[in-house]
Design a protein around this ligand. Structure first.
Ligand code: URP
Ligand code: ZN
Ligand code: ZN
Length: 479
């Protein structure tokens, strides 16, 4: 299978230039002007369009078993929806139940993901601790291509990691050369606030954001960052939704700590007024954690992306339909937490980021693809347009407009948090492994074509950390 993407303008995180891109055997083979088209090659006319690395969504939950139900978009439908929006790789999460052997959960998720239509990888959550967990972390890094471990600081009584688990897991991650990631919300405070708000008679979805104020996120973000600082491990905070967690990240980065931050397309564009909608179905459809915030936080998050203190954009794609959300009709604490967005992330970020001048096109590529590839150590195989990189690309039509709607999206969910939003600029073609899998509104995908992507540990981070700790060694005080 060979494809020539002809006549477009290539945009990477680094630069922008006019070039054709020739792909064969799943890889980019040549980039240049007026490339010859070998016999039999499929031609994609990219005239007037941009050719960019396919998006990487570093935070998804396909078919996640969660809060008594299972997320409705599975690995096949969810990765297909991603391709329709220009996203060619996901990093999903293995989430063991407490006391479940980590390798058993990992093998279970690997099995579920076999039907993916686009490439995928896994962060693995550490939800409990004993010596088998430490041993399994080692196996995952050394034999399975896992280099990131996730910690949920919320969801008390379920998958929450307390400080003891964080310290054990972070210490093991350093030994293995892995990065740690955290969902930062103080789970104890959330638990208490939920109880208090429910007892006050607030039982509907409007209780959800009241029980998870920004301070709860800021406290956990700061705690996780400081624990990582003491132990000397690089840390990545997922779904930063508010000024408070961004400030914790910014402060630590200014002090030279290796801290990374992710922001969701939803948190940049949707505000907390959605929880006051009188229609339970609409309000519940927006229940996710951390919740959508008052508008002033969105301005701060955009500034975080622009300044480079937040490096990646994701979706936390975790679909629950109205019949699933109904479990919390009389008690907001029981509404399954999660919203969708993998199909729309790139177009809403282009429209509200590039078209408004908040981001350059190159910054757009960085925050939708390249930075995730670098942080999670799959660059330059992914997140790049260069000879030898995987031929995962999106051809982007800056003039094409659409109005987002659940009625027309591919995602397997009956609601879209961007419903009714008109965006200009969208994918016209998506290539995955050098094959055109989406063209002008139509998917052409193959179940199981997605491959598991190994992510090796971080020799370079850890070399730097070792050198720094040598440098900082305390010297004895002479009397
Ligand atoms: O509400 C959310 N975000 N659901 C998915 C699990 C998580 O916390 O990321
Ligand atoms: Zn989370
Ligand atoms: Zn998540």
């Amino acid at each position: 299978m060979a494809v020539l993407v002809r006549g477009g303008t290539v945009v990477t995180a680094e630069h922008t230039w006019r070039a054709d891109v020739f792909c064969a055997d799943g890889k980019i083979k040549a980039i240049g002007t007026d490339l010859e088209s070998p016999a039999g090659a499929e031609i994609v006319d990219a005239g007037g369009q941009y050719v960019m690395p396919g998006g990487i969504d570093p935070h998804t939950h396909m078919q996640l078993p969660f809060m008594g139900t299972v997320a409705s978009d599975d690995f096949e439908s969810g990765t297909a929806a991603g391709l329709a929006g220009g996203t060619t790789m996901i990093i999903d999460f293995v989430i063991p139940n407490p006391q479940q052997r980590v390798m058993d959960a990992y093998n279970q998720w690997r099995d579920w993901a076999k039907k993916s239509v686009a490439d995928y990888s896994f962060h693995v959550a550490i939800t409990w601790w004993d010596e088998t967990v430490a041993a399994d972390m080692e196996t995952l890094v050394k034999e399975e291509g896992v280099n990131s471990f996730k910690h949920f600081m919320a969801y008390k009584g379920a998958i929450m990691a307390d400080d003891e688990i964080l310290v054990n897991s972070f210490s093991k991650a350093i030994e293995l050369g892995a990065i740690v990631t955290c969902h930062a919300e103080n789970g104890e405070l959330v638990f208490r606030l939920q109880q208090k708000i429910y007892d006050m008679g607030i039982t509907g979805p409007e209780g959800h954001p009241l029980s998870r104020p920004p301070e709860v996120e800021g406290e956990a973000a700061n705690r996780a960052i400081r624990i990582a600082e003491v132990l000397g491990v690089p840390i990545y905070l997922v779904h930063n939704s508010c000024r408070q967690s961004l400030e914790a990240i910014t402060r630590a980065r200014n002090e030279g700590q290796r801290v990374y931050g992710e922001v969701l397309a939803g948190h940049l564009l949707v505000d907390d007024s959605v929880y006051r909608n009188k229609d339970f179905e609409v309000a519940a459809a927006h229940v996710m954690s951390p919740p959508f915030r008052p508008k002033e936080h969105q301005a701060a998050l955009w500034h975080g992306l622009q300044s480079g203190n937040l490096q990646t954009t994701a979706t936390d794609h975790c679909c629950f339909c109205a019949d699933q959300k109904a479990a919390g009709k009389n008690d907001f604490r029981l509404i399954p937490n999660g919203t969708a967005g993998i199909e729309n992330r790139m177009e809403v970020l282009w429209h509200h980021g590039v078209s408004t001048g908040r981001l350059t096109m190159n910054e757009f590529v960085a925050v939708t693809s390249t930075n995730a590839a670098k942080i999670f150590n799959v660059f330059p195989r992914k997140g790049n347009i260069a000879v030898g990189s995987d031929a995962d690309m999106v051809v982007w039509d800056p003039e094409a407009a659409k109005t987002i709607s659940a009625k027309t999206h591919f995602q397997k969910i009956d609601y879209n948090i961007f419903e009714g939003m008109t965006v200009k600029g969208r994918a016209s073609h998506t290539l995955s492994q050098g094959k055109v899998v989406y063209a002008n509104g139509k998917l052409n995908v193959e179940k199981g074509a997605g491959r598991y992507v190994d992510r090796p540990p971080y020799a370079t981070y850890y070399d730097a950390i070792k050198k720094r700790s040598e440098h900082k060694k305390p010297t004895a005080v002479k009397r």
